[in-house]
Design a protein around this ligand. Structure first.
Ligand SMILES: C[S@@+](CC[C@H](N)C(=O)[O-])C[C@H]1O[C@@H](n2cnc3c(N)ncnc32)[C@H](O)[C@@H]1O
Length: 324
């Protein structure tokens, strides 16, 4: 594994933001991104049940195949991920044979550090840089494939970011962004999450359920992070509007797909509950319930609900396009 990042030039992670920094970040969305995601980086995989085994390889590949079935370019030579987080999407796609060499990039130095560590543990050929998606620090025509997962909704100027993606792609190269919240999906997911957080943190104040309450300082830190979350989540997308933004940026062959309706209605409360109680309270039984339930509801989404519910009601939007 190598890194393009020049020591001393890429900034260092800052996992413990002070109250003053959080205050400043409330009016500075990019500072909020860095503080929030640096704070999350070391515990992110655990929080979101991210792994680099068959379960997440299949999940990542499923998101890719949603808009790129029978892609004759596989495996791509050099791929780059924007807003890589801990590397969930690109590293698992590489393990599934989508690309041979990878570059992970993120605005948060803490995330790039964890993504590079995960890549090294997996023995993948990956380098990394701290990078703002609106100004990508790579030359024109560098990559065969650019991917992202749950990142576009954090970027103030999405069209500018997609122009940058097209600039660094080689002619004919493809981009795929998955896991973007649809406008309707985000509405119901947020309300379900808020209700779950409220119920769990209040019920666990009383009687024998107090053993299920996280220490107050952890709940306070989560609340500070939640304040930043409201600043970092900038957009939701109507699938047709997102396709329009990609075309306006100059992309060819733009397509979108949407995924997860019933599965998202289970997934958001489950994740919120997991964040609200001490992790040691939830064992394998819970993990089996959460993953098994999500799989069954995904089946229901794909085989039943997809036929009767309009695409914009599904939670996740995937968009792809190519460089002319
Ligand atoms: C919700 S996380 C998703 C991480 C990862 N892709 C995943 O799916 O697990 C969004 C990531 O986008 C990054 N991000 C936010 N704004 C960005 C920007 N302007 N440029 C690059 N990365 C950005 C954040 O630091 C964060 O790591």
């Amino acid at each position: 594994m190598t890194t393009d990042a020049t020591p001393g030039i890429d900034p260092a992670p800052n996992p413990h933001a002070t109250e003053e920094q959080v205050k400043a970040a409330l009016t500075d969305t990019k500072l909020a991104q860095v503080l929030y995601h640096d704070w999350e980086a070391e515990t992110y995989d655990e929080k979101w049940s991210i792994s680099f085994d068959e379960r997440c390889i299949d999940y990542a590949r499923g998101r890719f195949d949603a808009v790129a079935t029978d892609d004759s370019s596989l495996p791509y030579g050099r791929a780059m991920e924007l807003g890589c987080g801990t590397g969930f999407f690109l590293l698992n796609l590489m393990q599934s044979g989508v690309a041979e060499k990878g570059s992970v990039t993120d605005l948060s130095p803490g995330m790039v550090k964890v993504a590079l560590r995960n890549a090294e543990n997996l023995g993948l050929d990956v380098d990394g840089r701290v990078a703002d998606a609106e100004k990508i620090p790579y030359d024109d025509n560098t990559f065969d494939l650019v991917v992202g997962h749950a990142v576009l909704h954090h970027i103030p100027d999405v069209e500018q970011a997609l122009r940058e993606v097209l600039r660094v792609l080689k002619p004919g190269g493809r981009f795929i962004f998955a896991g973007e919240p649809s406008t309707i999906g985000d509405f119901y997911a947020r309300w379900m999450s808020r209700a779950t957080w409220f119920a769990t943190t209040n019920i666990t104040k009383f009687g024998p359920l107090q053993g299920w309450r996280r220490p107050q300082e952890e709940l306070d830190e989560s609340s500070r992070a939640a304040a930043l979350e409201a600043v970092v989540d900038i957009h939701t997308f109507d699938p047709d509007e997102l396709a329009g933004i990609a075309r306006a940026a100059g992309a060819n062959k733009v397509e979108t797909a949407t995924e997860e309706l019933a599965a998202a209605m289970l997934g958001w409360p489950v994740r919120t509950f997991e964040a609200a109680v001490p992790p040691e309270k939830l064992g394998w039984g819970w993990a089996r319930f959460a993953f098994g339930g999500w799989k069954r509801l995904t089946w229901l989404d794909e085989n039943v609900l997809r036929k009767v519910v309009p695409p914009k009601f599904f939670y996740n939007v995937v968009v792809t396009g190519t460089k002319p």
